[in-house]
Design a protein around this ligand. Structure first.
Ligand SMILES: [Zn+2]
Length: 270
């Protein structure tokens, strides 16, 4: 069990349908097998993180295969750095699309995978679909893992919390961040905006980490059907900040062609 008590930091042991620490703090295991480790004082919204509708849209879009190359690259990078018997933590795991691939890597090395996300709906979907992974509803700002307990930490488009990631990683452990490339979803942005802009690409330095390098993966994709286009749109931050006219232009399309590009930034914890 990689998770520890979010109240006192103590080790958690499984008792029937709950995880319990030595001080008696108890956390129910849901029927799907995940555990809720987000104390009320860390919940800044009543229902934090992705909604059920957003989670369903992500599952629908990711099942189309357009992002498989990103998933395969993440798996290959994790495999390159995971030691035998090591632990992978997927920080901001969502509905587990990437986490499930990381499990294959971990199994080849006799290791272990855990995923945390602040969205209860995402974690519920992840745990319901992918077995053999420890999933918890938790904040990336207060990860319920002991210091120096993780060998490889992955973060795909989730908030980056360098201090907390440094705390949970072992010395010599590796952090793999996936961030949008300059023209990621540029075809979608040209429909949504009169003056679309490119994302900034930079290799940020983080205290306590050595930058090992970056790898880019780019594709040109064609998304067919208004429902699939809408599913992709609702996964993006643009969904929340596009004016009505932009959204309407996108909803009139039956086919969307767009570039997609992820950058994978790899860091070693000192
Ligand atoms: Zn406790």
């Amino acid at each position: 069990m990689i998770f520890c008590c979010p109240a006192c930091g103590g080790a958690l042991e499984r008792h029937e349908n709950a995880l319990v620490c030595s001080k008696g703090h108890s956390y129910d295991l849901a029927r799907q097998g995940y555990v809720h480790l987000l104390p009320v004082q860390q919940m800044h919204a009543k229902v934090p993180g992705d909604t059920k509708q957003m989670v369903d849209a992500r599952r629908k879009f990711l099942a189309l295969g357009h992002y498989d190359a990103f998933r395969d690259t993440l798996r290959r990078l994790a495999a390159a750095y995971l030691p035998h018997g090591g632990t992978v933590l997927d920080a901001g795991c969502g509905e587990g699309f990437y986490t499930a691939a990381l499990l294959e890597t971990a199994r080849e090395k006799g290791g272990h995978v855990a995923g945390v996300d602040i969205s209860k709906y995402a974690v519920k979907a992840a745990a319901g679909q992918h077995k053999g992974i420890d999933f918890a509803v938790a904040s990336l700002f207060h990860i319920p893992c002991a210091a120096e307990s993780v060998d490889v930490l992955t973060d795909v488009f989730a908030p980056i919390v360098p201090g907390e990631f440094h705390r949970v990683l072992k010395p010599g452990g590796v952090m793999i961040l996936a961030v949008p490339g300059a023209r990621h979803l540029y075809g979608m942005k040209t429909v949504l905006y009169d003056a679309p802009y490119e994302n900034e690409e930079r290799d940020t330095d983080y205290d306590g980490f050595d930058f090992l390098g970056a790898e880019s993966v780019a594709r040109e994709i064609t998304v067919e059907g208004t429902e699939n286009i809408e599913a992709l749109f609702s996964m993006t931050p643009y969904y929340w900040k596009t004016d009505v006219a932009g959204g309407e232009r996108l909803r009139r399309l039956n086919t969307l062609q767009t570039e997609i590009k992820f950058r994978f930034l790899v860091y070693r914890r000192r």
